[in-house]
Design a protein around this ligand. Structure first.
Ligand code: PMV
Length: 315
């Protein structure tokens, strides 16, 4: 038997970091990048092939805290599998790691879905999300849960930690350009530094988090009513708040400025920051110029995604 399943990447449009502290954030799936997992029957235990990294593991040799071992163990237990399958599990991904596009959560989600298919079971998106969240804790330390939620549900989400998921309508589709600084930046480090800042000066950081939360709430209303110009201005303001939080960097600032100078309606970092990806809101008229300006300003890779319209809910 051979089964395969996948999961998209994601971007955070508004509210990263503040979401860890209970403020709302908005994230959307990015279907142009994807993690894919293929499981094939093979004798002699469960082998894992991380094809992009050119690494092979035997499941039984992995430490139980390894993220791949953890998601497989959690999935097998949720699926009620009596024993480890005799199979090979091959992972490929076009989502760059440690860049704010949800690579870890997408790989975990694809593994859960592929194992569910292997056992001919349908797991609800919430169950998939909950399993992936357990592994996000290994990757991130204190994740808010936004990555696993947006990727497992495959829809735009208005996310508040610990609350029932809210999805929302995007009646007027809009285009986001995504540009990679090329700097790998583990989310755990940026999240840890924000925590240190908050512990040292809680009043200042709480005010920054509050503003991010207000921006996310206003942004949702603007998306629901199709007001891209005002949405762009909020992205620029969110970026300023993130700079004050200490999670931007020279390269991100340079790309944000280049996008705005080239006519983007707004631009900001997306995800953990200190590197990784930035996003810019563009129109059909400004898209090509913004993409070129980002490359000229040092972006390593640029692509775009449309938010709204038809989005994939599953694998
Ligand atoms: O995985 P990233 O880099 O997109 O970052 C996740 C967003 C944070 O708010 C920084 C952390 C979190 O757990 O929500």
């Amino acid at each position: 038997m051979t089964v395969s399943a996948g999961a998209p990447g994601k971007i955070i449009l508004f509210g990263e970091h503040a979401v860890v502290y209970g403020r709302p954030a908005i994230a959307v799936p990015v279907t142009q990048v994807r993690a894919t997992v293929v499981i094939q029957d093979r004798p002699a235990g469960l082998s894992i092939h991380a094809a992009d990294l050119n690494r092979r593991y035997q499941y039984s040799d992995l430490d139980s805290s390894h993220p791949l071992a953890a998601i497989i163990r959690l999935s097998l237990s949720a699926l009620g599998a009596a024993a480890t399958p005799d199979a090979s599990l091959t992972i490929t991904s076009s989502i760059p790691p440690a860049s704010g596009l949800g690579s870890g959560a997408a790989v975990s989600t694809a593994i859960v879905r592929a194992l569910a298919k292997y056992y001919q079971r349908d797991l609800p998106a919430q169950t998939v999300s909950d399993l992936v969240f357990e592994v996000e804790k290994i990757h991130h330390g204190t994740p808010s849960g936004i990555d696993n939620t947006v990727i497992a549900f495959g829809q735009p989400v208005f996310f508040v930690r610990g609350q029932t998921l809210q999805t929302f309508e995007v009646p007027v589709a809009f285009r986001i350009v995504i540009a990679d600084t090329g700097i790998a930046s583990p989310t755990k480090v940026a999240v840890g530094d924000v925590r240190k800042g908050w512990e040292a000066d809680p009043a200042r950081y709480d005010a920054l988090f509050d503003r991010c939360g207000e921006i996310a709430a206003t942004a949702r209303a603007l998306i629901e009513t199709g007001q891209p110009h005002a949405l762009g201005r909020l992205m620029i303001e969110n970026q300023a708040v993130l700079r004050h939080m200490g999670v931007s960097c020279d390269e991100l600032d340079r790309l944000v400025q280049a996008a705005v100078n080239a006519g983007a309606l707004g631009a900001k970092l997306s995800g953990g920051g200190r590197g990784g990806n930035m996003i810019a809101l563009v129109t059909d008229e400004t898209r090509a110029g913004v993409e070129q300006a980002l490359l000229n300003a040092g972006a390593k890779r640029v692509f775009s995604t449309i938010v709204g319209g038809q989005l994939l809910a599953n694998g």
